[in-house]
Design a binder for this molecule. Structure first.
Ligand SMILES: [Fe+2]
Length: 305
């Protein structure tokens, strides 16, 4: 049997050793907890690839990410708002989850602390909540929309800014991201054509995540493009309209998650993404039964499988 030591019988050194041990044990427990809630590269890859191939299984997985779950537990109003979006328009719901997921990855690559990563996830989940105020026949119109209808759609930023005032625990940075996620660095955006210095970093992250998902998703009025077409857009014309500090980690890290996916090439051959060179994220090398193909303007990827 071990000797029972009363606290008041311990010397100063014993107490220091005890406290140090307690701190070590606590640190260890914290690290263990962090590791448990940390998203592995494999899990990220599964979600990125599911979304890239348009598989209907990613949204459950995104909501099960530890950061999303703890956000919903801390603020059930965010989950309730997401449910409202789901009941109104299924596409906006899925797009909101995808945008929040991509925004979370960007925030992590930019090494934001966890509290801010959660705020950026919140901004992603709610960035289009203002679409609740836009008539569905305008939101999902198959034909080309009129200037008047485009004006209505643009108002979703202001409607969203006002709507999330009613949700508790939403700070100004998140509200600004909802209001300013369509502003662009060349001042071509809306609602204010703001100078980039007046647009917060959350809005700039949501802008990249939002456009990437919109380009890679089917809509009633357009077919989705491949992620590589999106990388090409961000690398070229995107440099003028998105923030370079956000594009850099996005273009260097996102393409790597697509390595190993099967693709249909424009010449009808099916291959597997073999490698993506850092300077050419839009043109991956594809392994086919006939050898390695460098995709480009002649042979390009039609879709991921
Ligand atoms: Fe939007």
């Amino acid at each position: 049997m071990g000797e029972i030591i009363k606290l008041n019988e311990l010397g100063e050194d014993d107490l220091c050793r005890g406290i140090s041990f307690y701190m070590l044990a606590k640190d260890f427990a914290d690290i263990k907890q962090q590791n448990k809630s940390r998203l592995s590269g494999k899990e990220i890859k599964i979600i990125v690839q599911s979304l890239a191939a348009g598989r209907d299984c990613a949204w459950e997985k995104i909501q099960n990410i530890a950061l999303f779950k703890s956000l919903f537990a801390e603020n059930p109003d965010i989950k309730t708002s997401l449910e409202k979006i789901k009941n109104y328009d299924e596409y906006t719901y899925k797009h909101s989850l995808n945008t929040a997921f991509y925004a979370m990855l960007i925030a992590k690559w930019l090494r934001f602390p966890e509290k801010q990563v959660k705020e950026i996830i919140t901004a992603g989940l709610l960035h289009d909540i203002g679409k609740l105020k836009i008539p569905l026949d305008v939101l999902n119109k198959k034909e080309k929309i009129t200037d008047y209808e485009y004006g209505l759609i643009k108002n979703h930023t202001i409607y969203g800014f006002n709507l999330i005032r009613e949700i508790r625990g939403i700070n100004d940075a998140v509200r600004q991201a909802v209001l300013l996620h369509h502003e662009r660095a060349d001042r071509s955006g809306y609602p204010f054509n703001s100078h980039p210095a007046n647009v917060n970093v959350y809005a700039k992250i949501i802008a990249v995540a939002d456009v990437y998902d919109a380009m890679c998703s089917d809509r009633v009025y357009k077919k989705r493009k491949s992620p590589f077409a999106a990388f090409g857009m961000f690398k070229n014309e995107g440099r003028e309209i998105f923030d370079a500090k956000i594009l850099k980690p996005f273009l260097s890290r996102m393409p790597k998650y697509l390595v190993g996916m099967d693709v249909l090439l424009s010449d009808g051959i099916i291959g597997t993404i073999y490698e993506i060179l850092p300077d050419l994220p839009e043109y991956p090398l594809v392994k086919t039964p006939y050898g390695l193909v460098a995709t480009g303007s002649e042979v390009f990827i039609i879709r991921l499988i």
